[in-house]
Design a protein around this ligand. Sequence first.
Ligand SMILES: Cc1cc2nc3c(=O)[nH]c(=O)nc-3n(C[C@H](O)[C@H](O)[C@H](O)COP(=O)(O)OP(=O)(O)OC[C@H]3O[C@@H](n4cnc5c(N)ncnc54)[C@H](O)[C@@H]3O)c2cc1C
Length: 142
Amino acid sequence: MQYNSRVTKAIWDEDSGTWKVKIQQGDKTIEDTCDVLINGSGVLNAWSWPNIPGLHDFKGHLCHSADWRAGYDFAGKRVAVIGNGSSAIQIVPELAKVASKLHNIVPAAASACPDCPLEQLVAPDVPVILHFGLDIKCSDHH
Ligand SMILES: Cc1cc2nc3c(=O)[nH]c(=O)nc-3n(C[C@H](O)[C@H](O)[C@H](O)COP(=O)(O)OP(=O)(O)OC[C@H]3O[C@@H](n4cnc5c(N)ncnc54)[C@H](O)[C@@H]3O)c2cc1C
C-alpha cells in the first residue's frame, strides 16, 4: 500500500498483456505494470459547488455534502439545505432535530425517489420549510 499517490495514466498493453501505469508521488513519477488493475477511484469524489450567484458571498458556514465538516455545531442555527437528493434525505431530518429553523430548497423531485410526494420524502416528521422550483444548475453530484 502506498499513500499520497495519484494514478495519472493506465494503458492496456496488448503485446505484453499487462497494464502500464504511471503514478505521481509529489515530484516523482513512477512507472509500473500489473496483470490486474482494479479501479477504486470512485465516481462521485470530484465534487463542485452549484452555480448560484452570490453563493460564496455568504458570511455564514457554507458546507457541501461531499466535503462535510464534521466538527460544526448546527444547534440553534438557521439552516438552509439546497437540494433533496439522497444526501439531503439523510441530512435534513438530522439537522431538523437541532436547527432552530430549517429551510429545504427543492429544485425538483428527487431522483432517488421520483414518485414520492416531496413533503413526505424529505422529512416526514420534522418541521421543515420547503421551497420548490429553484432553478439550480448542479455541475456534478448534488
Ligand atoms: C455527498 C455524497 C454522499 C454520498 N452518500 C452515500 C450514501 O449515503 N450511501 C452510499 O452508498 N453512497 C453514498 N455516496 C456515494 C459514495 O461515493 C460511495 O458510497 C462510496 O464512497 C464510494 O466508495 P469508493 O471507495 O468506490 O470511492 P471513494 O470513497 O470516492 O474513494 C475513491 C478514492 O480514490 C481516490 N482517487 C481518485 N482518483 C484517483 C487517482 N487517479 N489516483 C489515486 N487515487 C485516486 C480519491 O481521492 C478517493 O480517496 C455518496 C457520495 C457523495 C459525494
